[in-house]
Design a protein around this ligand. Sequence first.
Ligand code: COA
Length: 88
Amino acid sequence: MIENEFHLNNIAIKKQFQGKGLGLKLINSVIEFVKSKKGNLIFLEVMHDNESAIRLYEKNGFESVGKRKDYYTKGKHAILYTLEINNG
Ligand SMILES: CC(C)(COP(=O)(O)OP(=O)(O)OC[C@H]1O[C@@H](n2cnc3c(N)ncnc32)[C@H](O)[C@@H]1OP(=O)(O)O)[C@@H](O)C(=O)NCCC(=O)NCCS
């Protein structure tokens, strides 16, 4: 966390527990943590073809704000997402 901006580097649910709603709980606990620290923006990158992660972020209000071409490796681009948090 730098000033009021939180960079979410990685989240993961062990394969055998995926698809059971735990990712949703994890992202919600991240949002609550950032709120408790008076943060007002969460920022993350996700690989362009990571459908489950992208759906998870979009369902939770994250908005796509840009793209970094070949960020991970050639042909694997990053989509940048942010969630603004109203701490008022
Ligand atoms: C992304 C990840 C954390 C989601 O965790 P999860 O526990 O499987 O997700 P949930 O069960 O809470 O599902 C939340 C939403 O994600 C999406 N989702 C989950 N699994 C999915 C799948 N296999 N295919 C498509 N969408 C999926 C759905 O939109 C789901 O909402 P729904 O309830 O309407 O179906 C998990 O798949 C994971 O660990 N992936 C590998 C690591 C990774 O890619 N991390 C993100 C790096 S940026």
